[in-house]
Design a protein around this ligand. Structure first.
Ligand SMILES: [Zn+2]
Length: 79
């Protein structure tokens, strides 16, 4: 991450996906054109960090523990 606004660009290198959604999508059992379309993920802060939750499967995808640290977060967006 270099420039000031660079962190506000899409820098996603690896999507966080629900493994159950991925399996269903790869089996071709959905009408969705992409796994991103098929996924229904909730992302939010918890008491220990950030959690990604699959609404479709009502299951945890990942729970990132900040380990009592306060990571820098940028909530601005470029319009
Ligand atoms: Zn899922």
């Amino acid at each position: 991450m270099g420039g000031l606004l660079e962190v506000l660009q899409n820098g996603i290198e690896q999507n966080i996906i629900c493994s159950k959604c991925e399996t269903e999508f790869l089996l071709g059992s959905t009408d969705s054109r992409s796994l991103q379309d098929y996924s229904r993920l909730d992302i939010g802060f918890t008491s220990i960090g950030v959690q990604v939750w699959c609404r479709r499967h009502d299951a945890n995808v990942v729970h990132i523990d900040f380990a009592d640290q306060k990571p820098t977060a940028d909530f601005r967006c470029i319009e």
